[in-house]
Design a protein around this ligand. Structure first.
Ligand code: AQP
Length: 336
């Protein structure tokens, strides 16, 4: 059976890239009753102030709901409230090979020049991610382009586990081989200041991104100031090939209006940024500012959010616990 799952780290304010690459797509599939978690265990792979981590977790849950997720359809929960994530991650740490993790480019980027001083957790992060996914036997994971390599590792871990433990006597494989779902015009939203860099919460320039909590004026100003070249938009999508900034703005427009790059070019091809940017700003404000406003309302009611997270955690545990119990049995643990 099809099961979708995804999550976002509780590591700070969300931006338009997270919205278009992840959040919006969770909402689009919510009738499939996906599991959507807040990755607080992933967040602590880099330092998080203990005084604010729980609040950051609530904020991601608020973002989910403000973006339109219905907690009755989607199971929304904090990762750390389901201990089976950590249990399965340990087993997977013993399945995954060092050579596989050594190839992970996100670790290389995030550890930078200070590899020796990075946490072990940052290194083994993709193994925890495999546990997050396979604990629910998820078959489909909607994510942005940057997660492609991690999803491939999840597939490798599932296959090795199935091979080593999972399919005794030719029974069907224990874990599914999960499909990453990297679709739509905005699987890699780029910085507004540099069309070759990913829009990211760690970019020191706030002008590089639109934050979910930005108000209408801030959204419009950032789009007005977004870097572009001086040419008008091309008459065909091929004309965007060597123009990363123009392509990024066209893709953002397409994603915000749930259409395609080609349709946007049909409408705006030949027009200058003097016409296109105000149209994009208007659209971005129309879509994003109600989400920000709803988030502000929801963050004022932590009890409501906590109730949603508690209920989600119970529902998640009910699915996860039998899977981890079965996994422990397959591994051969005492009493399992
Ligand atoms: N620029 C992006 N375009 C499209 N999708 C994106 N995602 C992130 N950036 C973009 C997707 O958002 C989901 C959640 O990401 P995450 O919270 O796991 O953390 P991240 O990938 O570390 O997010 P950032 O903002 O890029 O943080 P930093 O700056 O710390 O690296 C994922 O599905 C991701 O693909």
């Amino acid at each position: 059976p099809k099961r979708s799952l995804s999550g976002i780290q509780a590591s700070g304010a969300l931006h338009l890239g997270n919205y278009l690459g992840a959040l919006k797509r969770f909402v689009d599939i919510q009738d499939e009753e996906p599991f959507i978690f807040v990755a607080d265990m992933h967040a602590i792979t880099v330092w998080q102030d203990p005084a604010v981590l729980a609040q950051q977790t609530r904020e991601i849950a608020c973002a989910y709901i403000a973006a339109g997720l219905d907690p009755k359809k989607a199971t929304i929960f904090p990762q750390s409230a389901v201990p089976a994530h950590a249990e399965l991650a340990w087993i997977f740490n013993c399945v995954a090979r060092l050579g596989w993790l050594d190839r992970m480019t996100q670790f290389k980027e995030k550890s930078g020049k200070h590899k020796e001083r990075s946490s072990v957790g940052l290194y083994t992060y993709p193994v925890l991610q495999a546990a997050d996914i396979l604990l629910y036997k998820a078959t489909h994971v909607p994510v942005g382009e940057d997660q492609k390599q991690h999803l491939e590792l999840t597939r490798d871990i599932a296959q090795k586990f199935n091979n080593d433990f999972g399919a005794p006597g030719g029974q069907p494989a224990f874990f599914p081989v999960t499909e990453p779902v990297i679709e739509g015009p905005a699987t890699r939203v780029m910085s507004l200041r540099d069309g070759t860099a990913k829009m990211s919460k760690s970019d020191p320039s706030d002008a590089s991104r639109i934050n979910l909590m930005d108000d209408a004026d801030a959204i419009a100003a950032k789009i007005r100031k977004a870097k572009t070249d001086p040419e008008p938009l091309p008459e065909s999508v091929e004309g965007l090939a060597e123009r990363p900034e123009a392509r990024n703005l066209v893709d953002i427009y397409a994603a915000l209006s749930s259409t395609t790059r080609a349709k946007v070019i049909e409408e705006f091809g030949g027009k200058g940024f003097g016409t296109f940017k105000p149209a994009l700003a208007e659209l971005a404000v129309e879509v994003m500012s109600p989400i920000g406003a709803r988030m502000r309302e929801l963050t004022g009611d932590p009890a409501q959010i906590d109730a949603i997270l508690k209920d989600g955690a119970e529902r998640a545990r009910a699915v996860a616990e039998p899977v981890v119990a079965e996994t422990k049995k397959l591994v051969g643990f005492w009493g399992a």
